[in-house]
Ligand binder design. Structure first.
Ligand code: HMG
Ligand code: MG
Length: 298
């Protein structure tokens, strides 16, 4: 049987916007987060304390975190690649911090400028400081299904990083398809392998929709018991260090599917559709959520 309830982590304000070429004002980001908060998300990834030279769009993260209206009980997350990032997240009162590594050696170098081994060593202090301050800790594993630089990524490589993230004390671990290459059976194999190393109820699926497989992969993940998924309003996004990768699976599409399956999300789809139309209007293009555009056209 499929899970009765899932947690949807809205990553649009971070993963969705980080790759936009034009600078988006803090006011717009704040308005977007506030709209998403009022839709009922229990978890919104709102900030990224990374080097502004690497990802200029996220340079306003402190201001965004300071000025958003926080919904009681909701978790506002921030990416923290190192201690400098963690200090930023602490000052910004993030509820959860995200250490992000990779199952692919080549991608680790391109994205965070170090080897997998070095990244884990760097995360030790970040994880400890996060725990000492009572923050929730999440570990994200890029290229768990394939890498833009090295191609195939073995299951053992994913399992190895899942184990390391577990040992660092992560409360939740994201199995990420950075470039959207996974297909459903492969998804199940990777998820089952991850679940042999870490609690199944702490594993999340982070799917990009580059090859149009994301919803199918989410359904396949549900079949093996995964109950946390990441998505991005209006299908925003792409990673600056994964050329050609498109956005995350669109939140509206995921919610439409969950509603149809009778799986509880606690999120108001209509408010998310409006938020998607809002940010698409600002970006001056049509959003890529099929369900979002269909509902908005009614
Ligand atoms: P580095 O150049 O090796 O680090 O970058 P460094 O320690 O030598 O620092 C270089 C400069 O950056 C210094 O400044 C530091 O102060 C500054 P300078 O002295 O030259 O003026 N710096 C920072 N500034 C602000 N905040 C910080 C910070 N750290 C250093 N935290 C580093 C290493 C990790 C910093 C860099 O590679 C980086 O910022 N990478 C981030 C890349 C990124 O954000 N990628 C996108 C997010 S991951 C993603 O999207 C995937 C995900 O969605 C899952 C999936 O789909 O796969 C999560
Ligand atoms: Mg991503």
């Amino acid at each position: 049987a499929l899970p009765k309830k899932v947690k949807i982590v809205e990553v649009g304000p971070r993963d969705g916007l980080q790759n936009e070429k034009e600078t988006i004002s803090a006011d717009v980001k704040i308005e977007l987060v506030n709209r998403l908060s009022s839709a009922g998300f229990a978890n919104i990834e709102a900030a990224s304390f990374v080097s502004p030279k690497w990802v200029p769009q996220m340079a306003t993260s402190a201001e965004v975190m300071e000025r958003i209206t926080r919904r009681a009980g909701a978790i506002y997350s921030a990416l923290t690649p190192n201690m400098k990032g963690l200090e930023g997240a602490l000052a910004a009162k993030a509820d959860e911090v995200v250490i992000f590594g990779s199952a692919s050696e080549a991608f680790s170098q391109k994205n965070i400028n170090c080897s997998i081994e070095e990244s884990i060593a760097r995360f030790v202090d970040v994880a400890k400081a996060a725990k000492d301050h009572g923050l929730r800790l999440r570990g994200s594993i890029s290229c768990s299904f394939g890498c833009p630089y090295q191609g195939d990524v073995p299951l053992d490589a994913v399992a190895d990083v899942v184990g390391r993230m577990r040992d660092l004390g992560c409360d939740e671990i994201d199995i990420a398809d950075t470039i959207g290459v996974a297909t459903p059976r492969k998804t199940q194999a990777v998820m089952e392998r991850a679940a042999s190393v870490f609690r199944l109820d702490g594993i999340s699926g982070h799917f990009h929709d580059t090859y149009g497989q994301a919803l199918a992969n989410i359904y396949a993940s549900l079949e093996v018991g995964v109950s946390i998924f990441h998505s991005s309003v209006a299908g925003l996004g792409g990673c600056p260090y994964a050329k050609g990768a498109t956005g995350n699976v669109a939140t509206e599409d995921v919610l439409y599917m969950m509603n149809g399956l009778g799986i509880e999300t606690g999120i108001d789809l209509d408010i998310v559709v409006d938020a998607g139309q809002y940010i698409s209007g600002i970006l001056n293009r049509k959003g890529s959520s099929r369900a979002g555009n269909a509902i908005a056209a009614k």
